[in-house]
Design a binder for this molecule. Structure first.
Ligand SMILES: NC(=O)CC(=O)C(=O)O
Length: 297
Protein backbone atom coordinates (compact mmCIF):
# COMPACT_ATOMS: atom_id res chain seq x y z
CA UNK A 1 0.00 0.00 0.00
CA UNK A 2 1.46 3.38 -1.01
CA UNK A 3 2.22 5.73 1.87
CA UNK A 4 -0.04 8.81 2.00
CA UNK A 5 1.95 10.53 4.73
CA UNK A 6 5.76 10.69 4.42
CA UNK A 7 6.39 11.21 8.16
CA UNK A 8 4.28 11.73 11.30
CA UNK A 9 3.16 15.23 12.20
CA UNK A 10 1.48 17.02 15.08
CA UNK A 11 -1.78 18.75 14.16
CA UNK A 12 -3.17 21.63 16.21
CA UNK A 13 -6.63 23.18 15.93
CA UNK A 14 -6.82 26.62 17.52
CA UNK A 15 -10.36 27.24 18.81
CA UNK A 16 -9.99 31.00 18.92
CA UNK A 17 -12.07 33.49 20.91
CA UNK A 18 -12.92 36.09 18.28
CA UNK A 19 -14.68 39.44 18.43
CA UNK A 20 -15.47 42.52 16.39
CA UNK A 21 -11.96 44.03 16.45
CA UNK A 22 -10.01 42.65 13.48
CA UNK A 23 -6.60 43.77 14.75
CA UNK A 24 -7.30 42.14 18.13
CA UNK A 25 -8.39 38.91 16.38
CA UNK A 26 -5.16 38.84 14.39
CA UNK A 27 -3.09 39.48 17.50
CA UNK A 28 -4.90 36.75 19.44
CA UNK A 29 -4.47 34.33 16.54
CA UNK A 30 -0.75 35.05 16.60
CA UNK A 31 -0.38 34.27 20.28
CA UNK A 32 -2.40 31.01 20.05
CA UNK A 33 -0.65 29.79 16.89
CA UNK A 34 2.74 30.45 18.52
CA UNK A 35 1.53 28.57 21.60
CA UNK A 36 0.64 25.60 19.36
CA UNK A 37 3.97 25.66 17.57
CA UNK A 38 5.83 25.89 20.88
CA UNK A 39 4.08 22.60 21.73
CA UNK A 40 5.55 21.04 18.59
CA UNK A 41 2.65 21.47 16.16
CA UNK A 42 3.74 21.17 12.52
CA UNK A 43 0.35 22.04 11.01
CA UNK A 44 -1.84 24.63 12.73
CA UNK A 45 -5.44 25.46 11.84
CA UNK A 46 -7.53 28.55 12.66
CA UNK A 47 -11.35 28.70 12.61
CA UNK A 48 -13.84 29.91 10.02
CA UNK A 49 -14.08 33.73 9.98
CA UNK A 50 -11.32 34.05 12.57
CA UNK A 51 -10.75 37.74 11.84
CA UNK A 52 -14.39 38.87 11.98
CA UNK A 53 -17.76 38.05 13.53
CA UNK A 54 -19.73 35.43 11.56
CA UNK A 55 -22.80 36.89 9.85
CA UNK A 56 -23.92 38.15 6.46
CA UNK A 57 -23.96 41.78 7.59
CA UNK A 58 -20.29 41.54 8.58
CA UNK A 59 -18.85 39.98 5.41
CA UNK A 60 -18.68 43.13 3.22
CA UNK A 61 -17.41 45.25 6.14
CA UNK A 62 -14.53 42.91 6.97
CA UNK A 63 -13.73 41.78 3.42
CA UNK A 64 -10.16 42.00 2.12
CA UNK A 65 -8.91 41.69 -1.44
CA UNK A 66 -6.27 39.14 -2.31
CA UNK A 67 -5.44 40.19 -5.87
CA UNK A 68 -2.94 40.93 -7.20
CA UNK A 69 -1.10 38.20 -5.32
CA UNK A 70 0.52 38.97 -2.98
CA UNK A 71 -1.85 41.78 -2.05
CA UNK A 72 -0.62 44.97 -0.39
CA UNK A 73 -0.81 45.34 3.38
CA UNK A 74 -3.78 47.71 2.95
CA UNK A 75 -5.64 45.27 0.69
CA UNK A 76 -5.21 42.36 3.05
CA UNK A 77 -3.77 42.78 6.54
CA UNK A 78 -4.88 39.21 7.30
CA UNK A 79 -2.87 37.76 4.39
CA UNK A 80 0.26 39.48 5.70
CA UNK A 81 -0.40 38.55 9.33
CA UNK A 82 -0.90 34.87 8.40
CA UNK A 83 2.13 34.74 6.14
CA UNK A 84 4.38 36.30 8.81
CA UNK A 85 2.88 34.03 11.46
CA UNK A 86 3.49 30.82 9.51
CA UNK A 87 7.12 31.91 9.17
CA UNK A 88 7.44 32.84 12.83
CA UNK A 89 5.82 29.57 13.96
CA UNK A 90 7.82 27.56 11.39
CA UNK A 91 4.65 25.61 10.70
CA UNK A 92 2.13 25.07 7.94
CA UNK A 93 -0.76 27.39 8.71
CA UNK A 94 -4.31 26.87 7.49
CA UNK A 95 -5.61 30.34 8.14
CA UNK A 96 -9.22 29.47 8.97
CA UNK A 97 -11.24 31.69 6.69
CA UNK A 98 -11.73 35.39 6.07
CA UNK A 99 -14.34 37.38 4.19
CA UNK A 100 -12.86 38.15 0.76
CA UNK A 101 -13.83 40.62 -1.95
CA UNK A 102 -12.90 39.14 -5.31
CA UNK A 103 -11.41 41.98 -7.31
CA UNK A 104 -11.85 40.01 -10.53
CA UNK A 105 -15.52 39.07 -9.99
CA UNK A 106 -16.73 41.98 -7.82
CA UNK A 107 -18.26 39.42 -5.44
CA UNK A 108 -17.72 38.38 -1.84
CA UNK A 109 -16.44 34.97 -0.70
CA UNK A 110 -15.66 33.02 2.47
CA UNK A 111 -12.02 32.18 1.81
CA UNK A 112 -9.29 30.09 3.42
CA UNK A 113 -5.56 30.71 2.88
CA UNK A 114 -2.88 28.08 3.52
CA UNK A 115 0.77 29.09 4.04
CA UNK A 116 3.97 27.06 4.25
CA UNK A 117 6.57 27.50 7.04
CA UNK A 118 8.39 30.11 4.91
CA UNK A 119 5.25 32.23 4.76
CA UNK A 120 4.52 31.34 1.13
CA UNK A 121 0.88 31.05 0.08
CA UNK A 122 0.21 27.45 -0.98
CA UNK A 123 -3.53 27.48 -1.61
CA UNK A 124 -6.75 29.46 -1.54
CA UNK A 125 -10.14 27.83 -1.00
CA UNK A 126 -13.41 29.70 -1.42
CA UNK A 127 -16.30 27.98 0.42
CA UNK A 128 -18.01 25.91 -2.26
CA UNK A 129 -21.31 25.15 -0.53
CA UNK A 130 -22.88 28.23 1.00
CA UNK A 131 -24.64 27.88 4.34
CA UNK A 132 -28.28 28.53 3.42
CA UNK A 133 -30.59 26.82 5.89
CA UNK A 134 -33.99 27.45 7.45
CA UNK A 135 -35.04 25.43 10.48
CA UNK A 136 -38.21 27.24 11.66
CA UNK A 137 -38.04 28.52 15.20
CA UNK A 138 -34.37 27.55 15.46
CA UNK A 139 -32.04 29.01 12.87
CA UNK A 140 -32.29 30.75 9.52
CA UNK A 141 -29.03 31.64 7.85
CA UNK A 142 -28.47 32.63 4.25
CA UNK A 143 -24.81 33.09 3.40
CA UNK A 144 -25.80 33.57 -0.24
CA UNK A 145 -27.44 36.91 0.68
CA UNK A 146 -23.88 38.26 0.84
CA UNK A 147 -21.52 35.65 -0.57
CA UNK A 148 -20.85 33.80 -3.79
CA UNK A 149 -19.57 30.23 -3.84
CA UNK A 150 -16.12 29.02 -4.82
CA UNK A 151 -15.88 26.55 -7.66
CA UNK A 152 -13.15 24.05 -6.94
CA UNK A 153 -11.89 21.21 -4.80
CA UNK A 154 -8.78 22.35 -2.93
CA UNK A 155 -5.97 19.86 -2.48
CA UNK A 156 -2.75 21.19 -0.98
CA UNK A 157 0.60 19.47 -1.17
CA UNK A 158 2.64 19.92 2.01
CA UNK A 159 5.99 18.85 0.52
CA UNK A 160 7.43 17.32 3.73
CA UNK A 161 4.29 15.35 4.56
CA UNK A 162 1.87 14.73 1.71
CA UNK A 163 -1.48 16.00 0.52
CA UNK A 164 -4.33 17.48 2.52
CA UNK A 165 -7.69 18.90 1.45
CA UNK A 166 -9.04 22.18 2.76
CA UNK A 167 -12.73 23.08 2.68
CA UNK A 168 -14.95 25.22 4.88
CA UNK A 169 -17.71 24.33 7.35
CA UNK A 170 -20.91 23.55 5.36
CA UNK A 171 -18.64 21.89 2.75
CA UNK A 172 -18.24 19.03 5.25
CA UNK A 173 -21.88 18.02 4.65
CA UNK A 174 -21.08 17.10 1.06
CA UNK A 175 -19.31 13.73 1.13
CA UNK A 176 -18.41 13.93 -2.57
CA UNK A 177 -15.81 16.59 -1.89
CA UNK A 178 -14.18 14.51 0.85
CA UNK A 179 -14.30 11.35 -1.24
CA UNK A 180 -12.64 13.05 -4.20
CA UNK A 181 -9.85 14.39 -1.97
CA UNK A 182 -9.29 10.99 -0.39
CA UNK A 183 -9.22 9.22 -3.72
CA UNK A 184 -6.66 11.77 -4.91
CA UNK A 185 -4.37 10.67 -2.07
CA UNK A 186 -5.00 13.11 0.80
CA UNK A 187 -4.18 11.90 4.32
CA UNK A 188 -6.15 14.65 6.08
CA UNK A 189 -9.29 16.71 5.51
CA UNK A 190 -9.30 20.09 7.25
CA UNK A 191 -12.46 22.13 7.71
CA UNK A 192 -12.37 25.48 9.50
CA UNK A 193 -16.03 25.64 10.54
CA UNK A 194 -18.63 27.25 12.77
CA UNK A 195 -21.62 25.00 13.39
CA UNK A 196 -24.21 26.42 15.80
CA UNK A 197 -26.30 25.44 18.81
CA UNK A 198 -29.03 23.87 16.64
CA UNK A 199 -26.90 21.71 14.35
CA UNK A 200 -23.76 21.33 16.44
CA UNK A 201 -24.79 18.75 18.97
CA UNK A 202 -26.35 16.34 16.46
CA UNK A 203 -24.16 16.81 13.43
CA UNK A 204 -20.68 18.24 14.17
CA UNK A 205 -18.96 15.15 15.55
CA UNK A 206 -21.06 12.88 13.34
CA UNK A 207 -19.96 14.71 10.18
CA UNK A 208 -16.30 14.57 11.22
CA UNK A 209 -16.46 10.88 12.06
CA UNK A 210 -18.47 10.02 8.94
CA UNK A 211 -16.01 11.72 6.60
CA UNK A 212 -13.14 9.92 8.38
CA UNK A 213 -14.88 6.54 8.35
CA UNK A 214 -15.94 6.69 4.69
CA UNK A 215 -12.52 7.73 3.52
CA UNK A 216 -10.25 6.12 6.13
CA UNK A 217 -8.17 9.26 6.62
CA UNK A 218 -7.82 11.91 9.34
CA UNK A 219 -10.34 14.75 9.70
CA UNK A 220 -10.01 18.02 11.63
CA UNK A 221 -12.85 20.50 12.23
CA UNK A 222 -11.77 23.81 13.78
CA UNK A 223 -14.41 26.13 15.29
CA UNK A 224 -14.27 29.54 16.91
CA UNK A 225 -14.91 29.52 20.67
CA UNK A 226 -18.52 30.21 21.67
CA UNK A 227 -19.44 33.80 22.43
CA UNK A 228 -23.01 34.18 23.72
CA UNK A 229 -22.81 37.95 23.25
CA UNK A 230 -22.23 37.56 19.50
CA UNK A 231 -25.03 37.35 16.88
CA UNK A 232 -24.02 33.80 15.94
CA UNK A 233 -23.35 31.23 18.64
CA UNK A 234 -20.67 28.83 17.45
CA UNK A 235 -20.82 25.23 18.62
CA UNK A 236 -17.10 25.02 19.39
CA UNK A 237 -15.97 21.44 20.10
CA UNK A 238 -13.09 21.49 17.61
CA UNK A 239 -12.32 17.88 16.86
CA UNK A 240 -9.67 15.59 15.36
CA UNK A 241 -10.77 12.14 14.21
CA UNK A 242 -8.53 9.28 13.07
CA UNK A 243 -9.01 7.00 10.02
CA UNK A 244 -10.88 4.45 12.14
CA UNK A 245 -13.36 7.24 13.06
CA UNK A 246 -12.11 7.40 16.66
CA UNK A 247 -12.02 10.85 18.25
CA UNK A 248 -8.39 11.74 19.00
CA UNK A 249 -9.08 15.13 20.58
CA UNK A 250 -12.12 17.30 21.18
CA UNK A 251 -12.53 20.61 23.02
CA UNK A 252 -15.57 22.00 24.79
CA UNK A 253 -17.01 25.40 23.75
CA UNK A 254 -14.25 27.54 25.24
CA UNK A 255 -11.05 28.83 23.73
CA UNK A 256 -8.38 26.15 23.55
CA UNK A 257 -6.13 24.09 21.31
CA UNK A 258 -6.79 20.49 20.25
CA UNK A 259 -3.70 18.43 19.38
CA UNK A 260 -3.21 15.02 17.80
CA UNK A 261 -0.38 13.01 16.29
CA UNK A 262 -1.11 12.08 12.70
CA UNK A 263 0.70 9.11 11.16
CA UNK A 264 0.53 6.85 8.16
CA UNK A 265 0.46 3.68 10.29
CA UNK A 266 -3.12 4.28 11.39
CA UNK A 267 -4.30 4.83 7.81
CA UNK A 268 -2.52 1.69 6.67
CA UNK A 269 -3.84 -0.42 9.57
CA UNK A 270 -7.41 0.79 8.99
CA UNK A 271 -7.30 0.16 5.24
CA UNK A 272 -5.71 -3.26 5.72
CA UNK A 273 -8.31 -4.31 8.27
CA UNK A 274 -11.34 -2.99 6.36
CA UNK A 275 -10.18 -2.95 2.72
CA UNK A 276 -13.00 -0.91 1.18
CA UNK A 277 -10.33 0.77 -0.92
CA UNK A 278 -9.86 -2.34 -3.03
CA UNK A 279 -13.49 -3.43 -2.86
CA UNK A 280 -15.15 -0.54 -4.64
CA UNK A 281 -17.48 -1.51 -7.49
CA UNK A 282 -16.87 1.11 -10.15
CA UNK A 283 -18.50 -1.31 -12.58
CA UNK A 284 -21.77 -0.68 -10.67
CA UNK A 285 -21.45 3.05 -9.87
CA UNK A 286 -19.08 5.82 -11.02
CA UNK A 287 -15.91 6.97 -9.25
CA UNK A 288 -16.73 10.56 -8.28
CA UNK A 289 -13.06 11.52 -8.36
CA UNK A 290 -12.88 10.74 -12.07
CA UNK A 291 -14.36 12.88 -14.80
CA UNK A 292 -15.36 16.49 -14.46
CA UNK A 293 -13.82 17.69 -11.19
CA UNK A 294 -12.61 21.28 -10.92
CA UNK A 295 -9.37 21.62 -8.99
CA UNK A 296 -8.46 25.10 -10.14
CA UNK A 297 -10.53 28.17 -10.85
N1 LIG B 1 -21.87 27.49 9.35
C1 LIG B 1 -21.87 26.57 8.38
O1 LIG B 1 -21.34 26.79 7.30
C2 LIG B 1 -22.50 25.22 8.55
C3 LIG B 1 -23.30 24.88 9.73
O2 LIG B 1 -23.39 25.58 10.72
C4 LIG B 1 -24.03 23.61 9.63
O3 LIG B 1 -23.87 22.93 8.60
O4 LIG B 1 -24.76 23.25 10.54
Amino acid sequence: MAKLLKKPLKLALVQLATGADKAANLARARSKVLEASSQGANVVVLPECFNSPYGTKYFPKYAETLLPSPPSQEQSPSFHALSALAKEAKAYLIGGSIPEYGEETKKYYNTSLTFDPNGKLLATHRKVHLFDIDIPGKITFKESDALSPGNKVTIVDLPEYGKIAVAICYDVRFPELAMIAARKGCFLLVYPGAFNLTTGELHWELQARARAMDNQIYVGLCSPARDMSADYHAWGHSIIVDPMAAVQAQLDEQEGIAYAEIDDKKIEETRKGIPIYTQRRFDVYPDVSEGKVKYDE
